[in-house]
Design a protein around this ligand. Structure first.
Ligand code: CTP
Length: 399
């Protein structure tokens, strides 16, 4: 996600400094190039060596070091970055920025940069609520700074309240949004399902399918990045859930049905990307069945078709289905579209190299009730997610 993006992280002196180390690890893992500037007070909490090791770069501490590499280092670093993140940002540093004070390497570099600046405040609740702080924040927002709202909870000082550094996932989201743009799904609630379901026969055996969950997770992540509130109901996968989404882990189709139906009335969009098992073993055995008991056939019963059930009382909600087909793709999917009362259905065919299950790419056709379907070339699942969300957005605007 951050491949070769240049993230300049400014660290000012608060107890939350240690959390920034973890954040930088995430940026690095996602391919970013990271440099760090610390205030002197920040170095009292965590030594620069930690950040030097994580970023594989020297940390900038002073504008006038004993052996300067460059005499315009604040300008060089300000120009180098694609985005600047101040994390944690203290009351003092935010106050200086709002007043145009540039008295250390961090504030001077910020004064010199023209790239987007994201501020992650972290401080005691009373300091955060101090009207002078609030005025400073508003002033910076007016000047185009992005603030990541601090979380509420127990603070290092023992008080409980607002002021705790925002969660890592929210900060990463903010950086992605600033780097990649759109925020056009803000205020919309998405319910997205992903992955396979598992239908147990006994404690060691179950029926399942080859779904990896990648498509549904990409949808959840992209919807979240574009500002939507997202609930991701997922069957068993090995993927880390995207940050800042409500994540509901389920195993069986019946559990997925329960979680979806509970949330249906409060969402604006339902996307059923999960490969739900159509059948489950008629009987579950608490004890491992001996192979002699498993002779020619296993009796099955049908699971509810969740999308079809949800489609019976659809109202203004946008419903998107997926259709996995190896033959007669269009004809079969047309039936599903109508039977399940979807706005559109995303067809993919596991026989196409690079498409459907397991792959990081997909090749899809989007089919609605009005036309012959739009065929897209092979592309990453993230790009497919973008296209699906663009189509959802058009429908939201029409309703
Ligand atoms: N679906 C569902 N509940 C089920 C089965 C499927 O909600 N019990 C949803 C899937 O999440 C998908 C769509 O219905 O969005 C189509 O799923 P697919 O497996 O392609 O088709 P089926 O309806 O199961 O029909 P078939 O297996 O015969 O192709």
């Amino acid at each position: 996600m951050f491949f070769e993006k240049k993230i300049l992280v400014g660290i000012s002196g608060g107890i939350a400094v240690y959390k920034t180390a973890e954040l930088i690890r995430e940026f690095k893992k996602a391919g970013a190039l990271v440099r760090v500037i610390m205030t002197r007070k920040a170095t009292k909490f965590v030594a620069p060596l930690t950040f030097e090791t994580l970023t594989e770069n020297s940390v900038l501490l002073d504008l006038f070091p004993e052996n300067p590499v460059s005499y315009t280092v604040h300008i060089d670093w300000a120009r180098w970055a694609d985005v600047m993140l101040v994390c944690p940002a203290t009351y003092n540093t935010i106050g200086k920025l709002a007043s145009g004070i540039a008295d250390n390497a961090l504030t001077t570099t910020i004064a010199a940069t023209q790239v987007p600046i994201i501020i992650c405040p972290a401080m005691n609740t009373a300091m955060y609520q101090n009207p002078i702080y609030q005025e400073n924040q508003q002033k910076l927002v007016r000047h185009g700074y992005t603030f990541v709202r601090p979380g509420s909870g127990e603070l290092a000082c023992g008080e409980v309240g607002e002021g705790r550094l925002a969660d890592k996932a929210e900060i990463i989201d903010a950086v992605k949004r600033v780097l990649y743009g759109r925020y056009d799904l803000a205020g919309k609630r998405f319910l997205i399902t992903a992955g396979p379901t598992e239908e147990p026969l006994d404690p060691v055996r179950y029926l399942t399918n080859r779904s990896s969950g990648k498509m549904g997770y990409a949808l959840a992540e992209q919807a979240r990045l574009r500002g939507a509130e997202v609930t991701l109901v997922s069957g068993p996968t090995v993927i880390t859930p995207p940050g800042a989404v409500e994540f509901v882990r389920i195993r069986t189709a019946a559990e997925m049905e329960h979680e979806v139906m509970q949330r249906l009335n409060t969402c604006d969009v339902l996307i059923m990307a999960a490969a739900v098992s159509d059948y489950r073993p008629a009987q579950y055995s608490d004890h491992k069945l001996k192979k002699k008991a498993l002779t020619n056939s296993i009796p099955l019963v049908a699971n509810t078709d969740i999308l079809a059930r949800a489609g019976k009382d659809k109202g203004n909600r946008v419903h998107v289905g997926f259709s996995v087909e190896t033959d007669n793709d269009l004809e079969n999917s047309q039936h599903k579209l109508l039977e399940k009362n979807c706005d559109f259905i995303v067809i993919n065919n596991p026989h196409v190299p690079g498409a459907a299950f397991q792959a990081d790419t997909n090749k899809v056709t989007l089919l609605d009730k009005t036309g012959p379907g739009s065929v897209y070339p092979l592309m990453s699942k993230t790009q497919v997610a973008e296209i699906i969300l663009d189509n959802v957005l058009k429908l939201i605007k029409q309703s």
